[in-house]
Design a binder for this molecule. Sequence first.
Ligand SMILES: *[C@@H]1O[C@H](CO)[C@@H](O)[C@H](O)[C@H]1NC(C)=O
Ligand SMILES: *[C@@H]1O[C@H](CO)[C@@H](O)[C@H](O)[C@H]1NC(C)=O
Ligand SMILES: *[C@@H]1O[C@H](CO)[C@@H](O)[C@H](O)[C@H]1NC(C)=O
Ligand SMILES: *[C@@H]1O[C@H](CO)[C@@H](O)[C@H](O)[C@H]1NC(C)=O
Ligand SMILES: *[C@@H]1O[C@H](CO)[C@@H](O)[C@H](O)[C@H]1NC(C)=O
Ligand SMILES: *[C@@H]1O[C@H](CO)[C@@H](O)[C@H](O)[C@H]1NC(C)=O
Ligand SMILES: *[C@@H]1O[C@H](CO)[C@@H](O)[C@H](O)[C@H]1NC(C)=O
Ligand SMILES: *[C@@H]1O[C@H](CO)[C@@H](O)[C@H](O)[C@H]1NC(C)=O
Length: 398
Amino acid sequence: MRLNTRLTTLGALLLPIASAQDSTLGPDKDGLYWIKSEGLQAAFIPYGASITHLLINDQYGVQRDIVAGFDNASYYEIDKQHPHFGGVPGRYANRIKNSTFEIDGETYKVDANENGGLDTLHGGSDGWDYRNFTVVSYTEDSITFSIVDPDGKEGFPGEVVSYVTYTVHDSTWDFKMIALATTKKTPIMLSSHTYWNLDGFANNETSTALNHTFYLPYSGQRVGVDNILIPTGDILANQPGSVNDFWTAPKQIGKSFGEPELEGNCGFNCTGYDNCWLVNRAQNGPYDWRADGFVARLASAWSGIQVDVYSDQEAFQMYSCNGQNGSMALKTTQGLKDNADFPRVIPQYGCVVMEVEDWIDAINQPSWQRQSKQIFEPSGDPYVLQASYRFSINSTIA
Ligand SMILES: *[C@@H]1O[C@H](CO)[C@@H](O)[C@H](O)[C@H]1NC(C)=O
Ligand SMILES: *[C@@H]1O[C@H](CO)[C@@H](O)[C@H](O)[C@H]1NC(C)=O
Ligand SMILES: *[C@@H]1O[C@H](CO)[C@@H](O)[C@H](O)[C@H]1NC(C)=O
Ligand SMILES: *[C@@H]1O[C@H](CO)[C@@H](O)[C@H](O)[C@H]1NC(C)=O
Ligand SMILES: *[C@@H]1O[C@H](CO)[C@@H](O)[C@H](O)[C@H]1NC(C)=O
Ligand SMILES: *[C@@H]1O[C@H](CO)[C@@H](O)[C@H](O)[C@H]1NC(C)=O
Ligand SMILES: *[C@@H]1O[C@H](CO)[C@@H](O)[C@H](O)[C@H]1NC(C)=O
Ligand SMILES: *[C@@H]1O[C@H](CO)[C@@H](O)[C@H](O)[C@H]1NC(C)=O
């Protein structure tokens, strides 16, 4: 009975993909699974259930590919930098302090793949976005991937089964992620780790995304972190006018560059952003995440492309590509041709990663009281993440 109830829940969440499956559909010669709607086209691959391309017209009607990635599916495994281009980090996104956590008095040690073994990033060195998911459903406008993450993999307790569905309609990209702890209690936190450049890296005045305008209307607070970006437990105020204030008004990402407070803001010797802002809106009463306002907006005056991110998640990570250094080539669908001023690579600050997620490393911060949002068990509710990225042209971007 219990199982039936849970499968019904899963079925309801996956419903949009249940119709009109076309058995003649398959990946293109580059291994890309395209889905299309009136306003946009996007491509996905089994590796990390990653988005590889998102094509949309700019304010002049010129098509732009506004996400970073590689040209073909096979290259994702070959590339050794692994910047987590467009994938689903799992089973636990972001960092885990000391690569340990405790559940019911038992301490678990997981793969310590960052900072010389001081912590775990994105689920370990063979986390979900290093593995090929299975395509379980594919239609003209939707694709669903699944993964079975075995008990003990990367040190995590119990098996987790997950489904990730991407759908496009009009000028919107929707996604739903569901994960079930099938055998033991385990932490689960997923996200979409997509790198954006709303100019398709074709801006002929600047190669960075520092002129993109960013807005987090519900994010007056952020998670305090140490110099390797591990939460300290402190929740900090983003005072109006301070470098991390993106809530009082939209602001260009580069606006605060040059201010001393931005130095070290993204870790030791790092200038820029790699921070987790809280999304606080329950105090305004019950809300419908699909209708009651976006949690984040990113926009570029050059292309006129604006994306409004709607989500049911209560935190939001933004990374300003501080770690890029020109060593990643652009895709053939991006950039300028034969322009010596703008080589066909991603420069430092050339992109913006936006991650809908829960409060990072809450499994190691009991005082936040978020265990029910992050620890899942076979007899409990599934993990669910939903988001809707709505694109438009805005010709008055500040
Ligand atoms: C696959 O993509 C990579 C990176 O985008 C590129 O260097 C390589 O030439 C591509 N290979 C093929 C066969 O197209
Ligand atoms: C993952 O998929 C890619 C692209 O289809 C393929 O080249 C690669 O061999 C696959 N890797 C594994 C481990 O199956
Ligand atoms: C880090 O984890 C190890 C277990 O792997 C434990 O022995 C040690 O006490 C932990 N350190 C801190 C500072 O929590
Ligand atoms: C730069 O791009 C804009 C928008 O596509 C275009 O109108 C303009 O002519 C370009 N300028 C140069 C110098 O190429
Ligand atoms: C970037 O934005 C600033 C205003 O903050 C403006 O002065 C500058 O011209 C813009 N640069 C480009 C290349 O769009
Ligand atoms: C700090 O960063 C700068 C620029 O990225 C680099 O040249 C310098 O070596 C770094 N300093 C330390 C102590 O890592
Ligand atoms: C650029 O960054 C990558 C990844 O961190 C690193 O492997 C590479 O050595 C860096 N290249 C330069 C020129 O600094
Ligand atoms: C366009 O951007 C401006 C400036 O950021 C903003 O005030 C306005 O609400 C946006 N328009 C729409 C229709 O989203």
